[in-house]
Design a protein around this ligand. Structure first.
Ligand SMILES: Nc1ncnc2c1ncn2[C@@H]1O[C@H](COP(=O)(O)OP(=O)(O)O)[C@@H](O)[C@H]1O
Ligand SMILES: O=P(O)(O)OC[C@H](O)CO
Length: 483
C-alpha cells in the first residue's frame, strides 16, 4: 500500500509516494517555466503544469510499481486557470498568485473592500483569484463563454486526472478566491455579483478529505481514487500536525507562509494578516491566521538568475558565513509589492545601507536575512492578533535546509525554531488527508507519532545586537515604502 501525494508548487511539481509509516518511498520532481510577459506579470503554462504531473507520476511508478491506495493533491493557491470544458484547453496561460497585473483592476472594487474582507477574511489585493479571473474574462474573449470553467491549480489537475469528469475544489482553495464566504462556507452571491462572476464557472467545493473521483487519464494510476485536495499552506499545516488552536508553522518556499490554527475563532486581523480556512483533526474547516510573504526563497533565485552572485541556492549559506554580519546592508525584496503585514502592492525592492566596504558576501547575507526579517514581521502581527505567544515555530519548505537562515530566524523571533525530519510537510499533509480518508490511519492522533524532530535552533543572539538588527530592518522597510 502507498499514498501518492502530488505537490504542485510555484517552482515545480513534486510527486511523492508515502508508506503507512509516513515515510517517503520515492519522489520525483520537475521544475515548471516561470513566464514574465511584462514587468510585474507572472504566468504558468497550465498544459506544462499538467505534463509535469504526468511525468513525475510516470517516473515514480517506474521506480515503484506497487499498488497505490489513494491520491492526494496539494497545490499553489490563488493561481487562476480558465479552460473550455468542451476542448479541455485553457483559454490563456495561468495567472500566477504573484502576478500584479490586476493592481489597477482592484481599485474598481475599492468601495466594496470592507464587505469583501468581512466575508472572505482577505484584503482586496491582486494576490487573490477574483481579479485574475475578471482579467481573463475581459482580455481573452471566446465565442462560447458558457463553456468556460475556472479553477485554481487543484481543479485543473482534478479535471485532467479524471478525464474531464470532475470540476471541484476544496474549501481551503476556495477560501483564497475572494468569492467564497468563509463564515457561511459557500460561494457568496454578493461577491459573485461584485466581480461579475458567472456561477457556472465555479467548481463544486468539497472537504479536503473527500472523494474527488478516480484517475482515468494516467494509465499507471487508472482507477485509483483521489481522496484529498488542499491548498499547499493548509496542507503543510496539517502535515505538521498543527490541528489545534495556537499551533503555527512557517513554510520557506518561493514565498514564506506563516499559518496559525485559530480553531473556531474567526479573527479579523488588525495587523495586516489575513483570515483563511484550514483543516482540523477531523478534516473539517477551522479558521487560521496567515501572513503571506511574496518573496522568500525566491530572493535566492534572484541572486542566482538576475545578479549572478550565486550558482545555486544552497551555496548562499557558505557565502553568507564569510561575512560575520550584513554590515548594515539590508535588502527589502518587494519585487512583487510587499505582502503581509504591509500590503503595499506598488512597493519596489530596495538595497539600503551600502558602504564602500560592502561586498558580495554582505549582499548574500542580507538577502538571506531578509527572509527571516519578513517572517519576523508576520510573527509579531500574529502574536498581536491572536494573543498567543507560541513556544516555538515549526518550519518546512526548501529554504529550511539553510542553517544560517534558521539560526538567524530563531535569533530574531526569540523563540526556538523546530525543523522536522521530513520537511516536505506540504506533500505529507496531502498524504495524511488521503490516507485518513482511505482508512490507512484511523485518526489524526495516529499521525503525531509519525512526525519526528530533526533539529531545533535556539535563540542565541544578545538582546542589544538583536535590537540593532531589527531597528535597521524597520528603517529599511520605512525607506522602501516611502519610495
Ligand atoms: N539552501 C537554501 N538556502 C536558501 N534558499 C533555498 C535553499 N534551498 C532552496 N532554497 C529556496 O527555496 C525555494 C524552493 O523551495 P520549495 O519549498 O521547493 O518551493 P515552492 O514550493 O515554492 O516551489 C527556492 O526559492 C529556493 O531558492
Ligand atoms: O508554491 P508555494 O509553496 O510557493 O506556495 C504558493 C502559495 O500557495 C501561494 O499562496
Amino acid at each position: 500500500m502507498s499514498i501518492l501525494a502530488i505537490d504542485q508548487g510555484t517552482t515545480g511539481t513534486r510527486s511523492v509516494l508515502y508508506d503507512s509509516g509516513g515515510n517517503i518511498i520515492a519522489d520525483s520532481y520537475r521544475e515548471i517555466s516561470q513566464i514574465y510577459p511584462q514587468e510585474g506579470w507572472v504566468e504558468h503554462d497550465p498544459v506544462e503544469i499538467w505534463k509535469t504531473v504526468v511525468d513525475t507520476v510516470a517516473e515514480l511508478k517506474a521506480a515503484f510499481p506497487g499498488e497505490v491506495t489513494a491520491v492526494g493533491i496539494a497545490n499553489q493557491r490563488e493561481t487562476a486557470i480558465v479552460w473550455d470544458k468542451t476542448t479541455g484547453s485553457p483559454i490563456c496561460n495561468a495567472i500566477v498568485w504573484q502576478c500584479r497585473r490586476t493592481n489597477d483592476l482592484c481599485s474598481r472594487y475599492a468601495a466594496e473592500a470592507e464587505m469583501i474582507t468581512e466575508k472572505t477574511g482577505l484584503p482586496l489585493d491582486p494576490y487573490f483569484s477574483a481579479t485574475k479571473i475578471r482579467w481573463i474574462l475581459e482580455h481573452c474573449p471566446v465565442d462560447n463563454p458558457e463553456n468556460l470553467l475556472f479553477g485554481t491549480v487543484d481543479s485543473w489537475l482534478l479535471w485532467n486526472l479524471t478525464g474531464g469528469k470532475v470540476h471541484a475544489t476544496d474549501y481551503t482553495n476556495a477560501s483564497r478566491t475572494l468569492l467564497y464566504n468563509i463564515r457561511e462556507k459557500k460561494w457568496d452571491d454578493d461577491l459573485l455579483e461584485v466581480f461579475g462572476m458567472p456561477r457556472s464557472l465555479l467548481p463544486e467545493v468539497k472537504n479536503p478529505m473527500d472523494d474527488f473521483g478516480t484517475v482515468e487519464s494516467i494509465s499507471e494510476l487508472r482507477g485509483v481514487p483521489i481522496r484529498a485536495v488542499a491548498g499547499d499552506q493548509q496542507s503543510a499545516l496539517f502535515g505538521q500536525c498543527c490541528f489545534t488552536q495556537g499551533k503555527v508553522k512557517n513554510t520557506y518556499g518561493t514565498g514564506c507562509f506563516m499559518v496559525m490554527n485559530t480553531g473556531d475563532r474567526f479573527i479579523r486581523s488588525k495587523n495586516g494578516l489575513l483570515t483563511t480556512l484550514a483543516i482540523d483533526a477531523a478534516g473539517k474547516p477551522c479558521y487560521a491566521l496567515e501572513g503571506s510573504v511574496f518573496i522568500g526563497g525566491a530572493v535566492m533565485q534572484w541572486l542566482r538568475d538576475e545578479m549572478g552572485l550565486i550558482e545555486h541556492a544552497a551555496e548562499s549559506e557558505a557565502i553568507a558565513k564569510e561575512a560575520a554580519s550584513s554590515a548594515g546592508v539590508y535588502i527589502v525584496p518587494a519585487f512583487t509589492g510587499l505582502g503581509a503585514p504591509h500590503w503595499h502592492a506598488d512597493a519596489k525592492g530596495s538595497i539600503v545601507g551600502l558602504t564602500r566596504g560592502a561586498n558580495k558576501n554582505h549582499i548574500v547575507r542580507a538577502a538571506l536575512e531578509s527572509i527571516a526579517y519578513q517572517s519576523y514581521d508576520v510573527f509579531l502581527a500574529m502574536v498581536a492578533d491572536s494573543g498567543v505567544l507560541p513556544e516555538s515555530l515549526i518550519v518546512d519548505g526548501g529554504a529550511v535546509e539553510n542553517s544560517l537562515l534558521m539560526q538567524f530566524q530563531a535569533d530574531m523571533l526569540g523563540v526556538a525554531v523546530h525543523k522536522p525530519h521530513n520537511t516536505e510537510s506540504t506533500s505529507l499533509g496531502a498524504a495524511f488527508l488521503a490516507g485518513l480518508r482511505s482508512g490507512v490511519w484511523g485518526s489524526a492522533d495516529e499521525l503525531q507519532s509519525l512526525r519526528h524532530l530533526q533539529c531545533s535552533y535556539e535563540p542565541e543572539m544578545d538582546e542589544e545586537r538583536r535590537g540593532e538588527c531589527l531597528e535597521g530592518w524597520n528603517r529599511a522597510v520605512r525607506q522602501t515604502l516611502a519610495g
